[in-house]
Design a protein around this ligand. Structure first.
Ligand code: SF4
Length: 435
């Protein structure tokens, strides 16, 4: 007998009509395999086994208590001929073929358009083994041989993995990257961790792998975005306040454009630690540093206006920060900024790239490659790449601006709640001067 080269498929039979002709032992076995699939099972046979009768009573199958007759297969999705009468099985096969319905005639390969493999199930996994009809009992033994390896715990671990599919689909943008991550997960020993150390340990294990992949995807997206923006710009620049987000952005941008002009706004009120840190980074990284400063020296400013940061922080910021920064930005056509959505409610509404009106009158394209980065991703990137941190983070500061207007938060409130005693969250460089 020639063995066909079968094409294996897994049918979803839920609510689809499956007709089983026959009610004996073989038909019973088939019906019992079909019921858990949710198929609408119709049994056509003058008599049935007690098991089929019980399933009929419970409503799990419908029993038509008579012999098969032509037309019974109308509307069927799948047909099984399981009588002990070859002529009946042949008639069922011929009607099914005429209607193009897949049909299996038990133990009668020439009258089958499909055969049923030997099956091992664990959790959501189905392992189907077939000898192509050559030796079905050998297929059964092969199935039994692998059953121990793929036991119930293996199936539970598959359900566990399934819980991460949506997160991975959402955060890893390409099919190739998602596939690579899934191989990384299943090859990482996750099953053993689940089996030996339990679900919590397995969660930590898989969470670390997914986070790593998310970070890689985030960096790749940021680099692609920066490349695109730089390719369209003639005079790009970035601003930096020496906080960690800016340092991360600087590191990313310099991997593409090492000589990017870097604008630092010197208000005259910075912490000495900030200025020292700026000098160190500028020296060690060889920055093309551009200092933006007010036209008035600090002495002139205070002599003329007093301590404006105590009486009118909006005006002080406008004069010492916003206008100097925007004046220097007038010389550029692209402004790379490290603002992130999660920093303030206001920044949550920012777009990644858009035309921005400078307070000095001109327009510039502002691009924010880190806009959707959470703080933790900024920290992980910095740690991974050995990026130096402003020393004041270690003293409880979460956002670092001018010394008179910045307090440590020790992690309480949002990032910028230590600025201006919580009265304001923006100096105006990123949103324009508030009035
Ligand atoms: S942060 Fe304070 S000191 Fe600095 S410019 Fe604004 S108001 Fe003036």
């Amino acid at each position: 007998m020639t063995i066909p080269y079968y094409y294996p498929v897994l049918f979803n039979l839920e609510e689809r009509r499956v007709v089983v002709v026959g009610g004996g032992e073989v038909a019973t076995a088939k019906v019992e395999q079909l019921v858990p699939t949710g198929a609408a099972v119709f049994v056509i046979s003058p008599e049935t086994s007690p098991e089929i009768a019980d399933l009929h009573k419970s409503g799990a199958v419908q029993w038509v208590p008579r012999r098969y007759r032509s037309g019974d297969l109308y509307g069927a999705y799948l047909v099984i001929a399981a009588t002990d009468e070859p002529a009946t099985n042949t008639a069922v096969y011929e009607e099914a073929e005429m209607r193009s319905i897949p049909v299996n005639s038990v133990d009668d390969i020439p009258h089958c358009s499909f055969i049923v493999p030997s099956i091992h199930r664990t959790g959501p996994m189905t392992i189907a083994i077939s000898s192509g009809g050559a030796a079905p009992t050998a297929a059964v033994r092969a199935r039994q041989a692998i059953a121990d390896q793929f036991d119930d715990v293996y199936g539970e671990h598959l359900y566990f993995l399934n819980r991460y599919r949506e997160r991975i689909k959402t955060t890893i943008p390409t099919f190739t990257a998602r596939r690579d991550l899934w191989y990384r997960i299943v090859d990482s020993g996750i099953e053993k961790v689940f089996r030996v150390e339990g679900e919590d340990a397995a969660h930590d294990h898989i969470d670390a792998l997914i986070t790593q992949a998310e970070d890689e995807a985030r960096v790749e997206a940021a680099l692609e975005f920066i490349r695109g923006e730089l390719s369209r710009a003639d005079r790009p620049a970035m601003t930096i306040s020496m906080q960690l987000g800016g340092m991360v952005l600087l590191h990313l941008v310099r991997s593409i454009e090492p000589d990017i002009p870097v604008i630092f706004v010197d208000t005259g009120y910075h912490f000495p630690e900030t200025l020292r840190f700026l000098d160190e980074v500028a020296r060690d990284w060889g920055l093309d540093l551009r200092i933006a400063a007010a036209s008035e020296t600090l002495e002139e400013h205070e002599a003329q206006r007093g301590l404006l940061h105590l009486t009118n922080t909006t005006a002080c910021c406008a004069l010492r920060k916003v206008l100097p920064a925007h004046r220097v930005l007038e010389d550029h056509d692209l402004w790379l900024s490290s603002v992130r959505r999660t920093q303030t409610e206001n920044r949550n509404g920012f777009t990644a790239a858009h035309d921005f009106s400078l307070e000095t009158g001109g327009m510039i394209r502002r691009a924010s490659p880190l806009l959707d980065w959470p703080w933790e991703a900024v920290e992980r990137y910095a740690d991974t790449h050995g990026i130096p941190r402003h020393p004041l983070y270690d003293q409880g500061y979460t956002s670092i601006g001018c010394a008179p207007c910045t307090m440590p938060t020790f992690g309480a409130g949002d990032d910028r709640s230590g600025r201006w005693d919580g009265d304001r969250l923006e100096c105006g460089i990123n949103i324009g001067v508030a009035t």
